[in-house]
Design a protein around this ligand. Structure first.
Ligand code: MG
Ligand code: ZN
Length: 373
C-alpha cells in the first residue's frame, strides 16, 4: 500500500502548509494584525482624543458651520469617513449601543451599557488602556452616568440603572471624570455617598467646574450639576472647551500616553426637542472643544483626534437661512434618532485609518490597534 501512504503524507503536508502558503489567518485576527503590521510604531499616536457629538449628523454640523460664519473646526481634519450606526437589535441605535460599539468594539442591544447581547460584560477601551499603563479621562455635558460616558467605564444591562452605573466608576482608574449627574453619587437609595468614596480612593472631587479647573491633582472628579449640565442657552458657560484643556493637561503628564473621550451630549437633546437653535448652540460649544483638542494635537504631534457621532437625532433637514448666516435652521422628521450614516473626522498620526465607509465597531478596533503597545 505504498501509494496510499504517499497520498496520506502528501495530504498531511498540504494541510499543514496550504494555510501558510495562502497567508490565511483566522478572520478575527487578520485585520488587527494587519493594521499593526502596516503602521510602524513611530507613525502611531501616543495619545488618542475621541470626541463624540451625540446625535450629530451632517445637518447638525452644517447648521453650526453656517451659523458660525461659514467656518468650523471640522474643516481642519484631513481625513473624513462615514460610519454605519445600526445596533445588534435595531436599525435605529440608541446612545448606549452606539457607545458600546465605540468603547468595546461589539454591536449590542439598545440600552446595553458595555455588555454584549447575552448581558456579559465587554472590556472597554478605558479598562484595556489603563491596564497598559496609559492615563484615561471622560468628559460629558450630560450626567456622567448617562449612556455615552457610562459605556466607557460601567457594565450594566440597562442604561436606566444610573446608581449602579455610578458604583462602577469606583472600579476603574480614570484620571479625569467630569460631567453632571451628581445626584446619582450623593442622593442615593442605598444612602452611600460616592463623592466621599471617590475622595477616599484619591480623587480631588469638585462640584463647581470653574473651581475644578484650578486643581493641581493627578486624579480629578468633577460632578458639576445634579442631573445633566444646563444648556448653553441656560448659562452652562465654556465647561466643555475648558475641561477639554484641563483634561489634556492632566492626562499628558503620563509619558506612556493617554486616551480620553469628550462628549458634546446635548446636540442630541436639541434633536429630540426638534429645536434647531438648541442644536446650533450645542454644536458651537462642541466645536470650541474640538478647536482646543486640535490645538493640543498640533503642538504635541503625537496625538490622534477622532471626532464622530453615535447616531443622528431628529432627521434634521436644513431648509432655512441665508448666505449671511442669518436664521440658519430647518425641519425634523422625528423626535427620535435616525439610522443615517454619520461622519467621522481624523487628525494626527494614524488619521488615514479612518477614511472610507465603516461599521461603528471599526472605530474601536482601529483606535485600539493604533494605541496598544
Ligand atoms: Mg450621550
Ligand atoms: Zn438621543
Amino acid at each position: 500500500m505504498p501509494s496510499k501512504r504517499i497520498f496520506l503524507v502528501g495530504a498531511l503536508w498540504f494541510a499543514i502548509t496550504a494555510p501558510i502558503l495562502c497567508q490565511k489567518e483566522p478572520a478575527g485576527r487578520r485585520d488587527k494584525t494587519r493594521v499593526q503590521r502596516e503602521i510602524p510604531r513611530e507613525n502611531r499616536p501616543k495619545n488618542v482624543i475621541l470626541m463624540i457629538g451625540d446625535g450629530m449628523g451632517l445637518a447638525q454640523i452644517t447648521a453650526g458651520m453656517y451659523a458660525n460664519g461659514n467656518q468650523i473646526a471640522f474643516e481642519k481634519f484631513p481625513v473624513v469617513g462615514l460610519v454605519k450606526t445600526a445596533s445588534a437589535s435595531d436599525l435605529i441605535t440608541d446612545s448606549a449601543a452606539g457607545a458600546t460599539a465605540y468603547a468595546c468594539g461589539q454591536k449590542t442591544y439598545n440600552k446595553a451599557i458595555a455588555v454584549d447581547v447575552n448581558k456579559q460584560p465587554l472590556r472597554t477601551l478605558v479598562e484595556v488602556l489603563e491596564e497598559e499603563g496609559l492615563s484615561t479621562g471622560l468628559v460629558a455635558t450630560s450626567s456622567f452616568t448617562d449612556a455615552t460616558p457610562a459605556c466607557f467605564y460601567a457594565h450594566q444591562p440597562d442604561r436606566r440603572m444610573q446608581e449602579e452605573i455610578a458604583n462602577d466608576v469606583l472600579k476603574v482608574r480614570l484620571e479625569v471624570l467630569a460631567g453632571g449627574g451628581r445626584k446619582f453619587f450623593d442622593q442615593r437609595k442605598d444612602g452611600r455617598n460616592l463623592l466621599q468614596d471617590l475622595r477616599t480612593i484619591g480623587y480631588d472631587v469638585h462640584t463647581d467646574w470653574r473651581q475644578a479647573l484650578t486643581s493641581r491633582a493627578d486624579r480629578l472628579a468633577c460632578l458639576a450639576s445634579e442631573e445633566g449640565m444646563p444648556r448653553m442657552s441656560e448659562g452652562r458657560g465654556p465647561f466643555l472647551p475648558e475641561f477639554t484643556v484641563k483634561t489634556l493637561e492632566i492626562l499628558s503628564r503620563n509619558p506612556r500616553g493617554f486616551f480620553c473621550m469628550i462628549e458634546g451630549s446635548q446636540i442630541d437633546w436639541g434633536g429630540h426637542a426638534n429645536d434647531d437653535q438648541y442644536i446650533i448652540q450645542e454644536m458651537l460649544d462642541f466645536n470650541q472643544a474640538i478647536e482646543n483638542a486640535l490645538n493640543f494635537a498640533q503642538n504635541d504631534k503625537q496625538t490622534l483626534v477622532v471626532v464622530t457621532a453615535d447616531h443622528e437625532t431628529g432627521g434634521f433637514g436644513l431648509t432655512k437661512g441665508n448666505l449671511k448666516g442669518e436664521n440658519i435652521g430647518g425641519q425634523f422628521v422625528t423626535k427620535d434618532h435616525t439610522y443615517c450614516m454619520v461622519p467621522v473626522f481624523a487628525f494626527g498620526p494614524g488619521a488615514e485609518k479612518f477614511s472610507g465607509v465603516m461599521e461603528n465597531t471599526e472605530i474601536h478596533r482601529r483606535i485600539l490597534a493604533l494605541l496598544k503597545p
